[in-house]
Design a protein. Structure first.
Lengths: 260, 281
């Protein structure tokens, strides 16, 4: 745990303050004020991402620190996109997710930049990682909505947000997987290498594919079993995202480019 | 399948086309028919098995995972999976939706392409087509020399000879400028490059630079920059991979990508637009 005494650190803490303020405003029922603060936080997150970009001289999506910065950048606009699906409690949860993403970026992960290894010099690098990060934010949100549904012990109505969000995010998850396979073919000679991170991302894909099939089995959709599977999908995403970087010493693989 | 469910709930305030009315009758008005239910459950069990073995594979590491999925039970699972997908293509909800058709046909193409590209696929094709094509191997070439002997990458056991030779004209390692982060050792590698000439019957036919992310495609093989060494003299190691089945795999990728975006984004957007137009009229 360490404070980051730099412009980047300041911008991260400003983003966190914005989301914290938004959370408080939502809790008091001041939705307009909360949204204004969320907008401020989104702008601060964009500034932090931009500052990092200028600082390291390449799109910052490489180390775990940069990945979390990017996740925080994406959450703001996405929160505005789906707020009509999730309602008032959804906005509260979005602020909590943002704080959970920003905490490790602000206090835990090292911001020391790493030099790109040869395999990362590819025009496919940014689309591959960007598709995955977008998919992860959307699907984690779906998964949390499923968790909330399970806590309420309720069968969701027809147009439930879990399904809508999962259907929005799943194409991006597939795109990330396909771009990764194509890139793997170009860089390593094979589109599939049975690498641990590949297998975890396959597991995630399969769990969400299973969710859709289960959802179409349920008479009116939104049953508890499919919600549990969506929740499991979120757990798989967390493991995939953190696996190589945190367990990389135990399970080395092709995706272990940089430390945490 | 979304269309069916929307029909079942909103059928009263919207005109129902004739084939949709038939589908409702087929489903008995409940939305999910018995056969479809069975196919979905079988599919779900496949997903469960795939997810569990995939987690197991992630825990055991790439080499043993590859062995597990390439073992006889593993191959049996793939064949059953492809068969189920082929059957599903002819079932009602899937066969009526272009997006779902693409989504369920794509994995079959990918699995078929993967088989054609694998070592057993090459043995089958070699026997059927009376040819000799290696599925994978490595070329170790010293600077200034030409080589066509394909070896096994780890132990260097000879596998056979390629129908063409590759001459290494020059090998280059480019490094980052030395920085403060690595005071004692050499700075990290920025790129490796092998400048090569392909020789057919001793005559040069093509010159190319092979780098990480930039393989050379020649004579049914992709040649990748894989490793290098300097003892006893500068040499490069190129991984050689057959391109059999690759176009089928890529076709599957494109179909899967197009299908999943059409299903996940295209269909809901179209439904939304149709609903808005319906409300306006």
């Amino acid at each position: 745990m360490a404070l980051k005494a730099s412009l980047l650190g300041f911008l991260i803490y400003a983003t966190m303050a914005g989301w914290l303020g938004a959370l408080a405003a939502y809790a008091f029922g001041w939705r307009a004020k909360g949204r204004a603060l969320a907008l401020f936080a989104s702008a601060a997150a964009a500034a932090a991402f931009g500052a990092r970009w200028v600082g390291v001289g390449h799109v910052p999506m490489q180390s775990l620190f940069e990945v979390f910065l990017c996740l925080a950048l994406l959450l703001g606009p996405l929160s505005f996109l789906w707020r009509r699906w999730l309602g008032k409690e959804g906005e509260c949860t979005d602020a909590l997710i943002a704080l959970a993403i920003l905490f490790p970026a602000g206090f835990v992960f090292s911001e020391a930049p790493a030099q790109l290894p040869p395999a990362l010099f590819s025009p496919l690098f940014i689309p591959h990682v960007a598709a995955y990060l977008l998919a992860y934010v959307i699907l984690i949100r779906s998964s949390l909505a499923a968790g909330a549904q399970l806590l309420r012990r309720a069968d969701a109505p027809e147009a439930e947000p879990v399904y809508r969000l999962a259907r929005l995010g799943f194409p991006l998850l597939t795109l990330g997987l396909l771009l990764g396979a194509w890139w793997g073919k170009l860089a390593w000679g094979d589109y599939w290498n049975w690498d641990p991170k590949e297998l975890w991302s396959l597991t995630t894909w399969v769990v969400f594919a299973g969710y859709f099939h289960l959802h179409s089995l349920e008479e009116r959709g939104g049953g508890r079993l499919s919600a549990a599977v969506a929740l499991l999908g979120g757990v798989c995403i967390l493991i995939t995202l953190l696996w190589v970087n945190l367990a990389g010493r135990t399970f080395p693989g092709l995706h272990a480019y940089t430390g945490p | 399948m979304i269309g069916v469910r929307e029909c079942a709930c909103n059928g009263h305030d919207r005109p129902v086309s004739s084939h949709r009315r038939k589908a409702l009758a087929f489903d008995g008005g409940r939305g999910v028919s018995t056969f479809r239910r069975l196919a979905l459950w079988v599919g779900l069990w496949f997903f469960a098995v795939l997810a569990i073995t995939s987690v197991g594979g992630a825990l055991m590491g790439a080499e043993r995972a590859s062995g597990m999925f390439g073992s006889t039970p593993g191959r049996l699972l793939w064949v059953l999976f492809a068969t189920l997908l082929l059957m599903v293509l002819f079932c009602k909800p899937v066969s009526r939706s272009p997006a779902l058709l693409a989504l369920h046909a794509a994995p079959v193409l990918i699995l078929a392409g993967a088989f054609l590209g694998s070592a057993p696929g090459h043995r089958v094709a070699d026997a059927l087509l009376h040819r000799q094509k290696a599925s994978e191997g490595a070329l170790l070439i010293f600077e200034g020399r030409a080589e066509n002997l394909l070896v096994e990458p780890d132990r260097g056991v000879p596998l056979g000879r390629l129908p063409f030779s590759v001459r290494l004209d020059r090998f280059t390692v480019e490094r980052y400028p030395p920085g403060p982060s690595d005071p004692q050792g050499e700075p990290p590698v920025r790129s490796y490059r092998s400048d090569v000439t392909v020789l057919l019957d001793g005559r040069p036919v093509q010159s190319a630079s092979i780098e990480v992310n930039r393989p050379l495609h020649f004579g049914g093989y992709h040649l990748y920059q894989s490793s290098y060494g300097t003892l006893p003299a500068t040499y490069t190691v190129l991984t050689v991979v057959s391109d059999s089945g690759l176009s089928l795999v890529y076709a599957g990728f494109i179909l899967l990508g197009a299908g999943v975006f059409w299903w996940g984004w295209g269909e809901p957007i179209l439904a939304h637009l149709r609903r808005r137009r319906g409300n306006g009229a």
